[in-house]
Design a binder for this molecule. Sequence first.
Ligand SMILES: *Cc1c(COP(=O)(O)O)cnc(C)c1O
Length: 442
Amino acid sequence: MEQVKMTSLIARHPLIADLSALKETTWFNPGTTSLAEGLPYVGLTARDVKAAHARLTRFAPYLEKAFLETAGTGGIIESELVAIPAMQKRLEKEYGCNISGDLLLKKDSHLPISGSIKARGGVYEVLTHAEKLALEAGLLTTDADYSVLLSPEFRRFFSQYRIAVGSTGNLGLSIGIISAALGFKVTVHMSADARAWKKDKLRRHGVTVVEYEEDYGVAVAQGRKAAESDPHCFFIDDENSRTLFLGYTVAGQRLKAQFMQQGHVVDDHHPLFVYLPCGVGGGPGGVAFGLKLAFGDDVHCFFAEPTHSPCMLLGVYTGLHDGISVQDIGLDNQTAADGLAVGRASGFVGRAMERLLDGIYTLDDQNMYDMLGWLAQEEGIRLEPSALAGMAGPQRICSSPTYQQMHGFSAEQLNNATHLVWATGGGMVPESEMAQYLAKGR
Ligand SMILES: *Cc1c(COP(=O)(O)O)cnc(C)c1O
């Protein structure tokens, strides 16, 4: 963007000066509303989320047999919730702050099928598409046992169709694996950020991988274009898909059940703060929506982005949404957090969720590496860099009187709080790659 435009942009939106200087930034949303007020703007309802739960239940008998690692949960793709008290102490020590309340980790990093949060949205959208095709062809009814989808007849049927997607890595991994398992022909358009092992793994599954030297936005645009010319090709649109978004939302009710099981209380006196790494926005947006429906106004959601790729913060803060990119403010969108290397946020997610978010913050890549190392040392849990973005959240909240005043939190409420860091990926990172990540921590 030319100098004059940047100057007037900064005059209207002063935080852009910090963002463009790569300064770690915390933005508390002045436009946060109650769930009741914000819900109509989402454009999706509790009923849509219920339908997503029902669809995943129909597919459970299939998933249980197709992916043996889901047998323990009866074909439901869900992750563990664990307390990380040693990490909490380590963060307090390293950052010289007090994190009041409990610190928990949601291990979507270890979800079956693809080892990342994309095993929610990506898998859900492919299943939705497969179900639609099979129902329309009269091969399936919604009351059938969906394990019939394992049969050669169904694989032959799905092999007439193509699926395409653009990705920085994890979405491609998730969609490639589930699509190939069902029998679809699938093409993944990978941005330059995508790790080699993810592409290799997909090729071993029989997926066509197209590589780009450009970033995520270009990979998506090229994928969309390639799919348009083929009527038998279904393009999964990470920037706009409501279906993908809905796949993430079921996490809300399921987390609530885990909280009850483990005895974690969430109510007016016991607020829940959740920190979600954000790329294009569908994953954290869908999860946050599900959490709001499950916990109402007692849950407070924050998105976390790398300083080099603060696309959602830029879009929501300026109100320009997908009308502005990080490149427009002079940033390079180059980050070690490959899952978050997105220059332009989803306009759909930003507009849907802007009233239901308490804030968005950015953090430096080096801090992600540092926390990656501490988590491995203190808790023996290994994540990819992107998945650590949420870990910087608790100290931002605990050290901000501004935020506490905005919401009128009492000392008692903060002492009773639960901080939940959403770990979004890393469960399948090869040892040698993990050793490199660990070596970068201080
Ligand atoms: C994709 C991804 C995210 C963010 O999800 P978006 O839908 O892109 O916002 C966060 N962490 C990891 C590891 C991811 O792969």
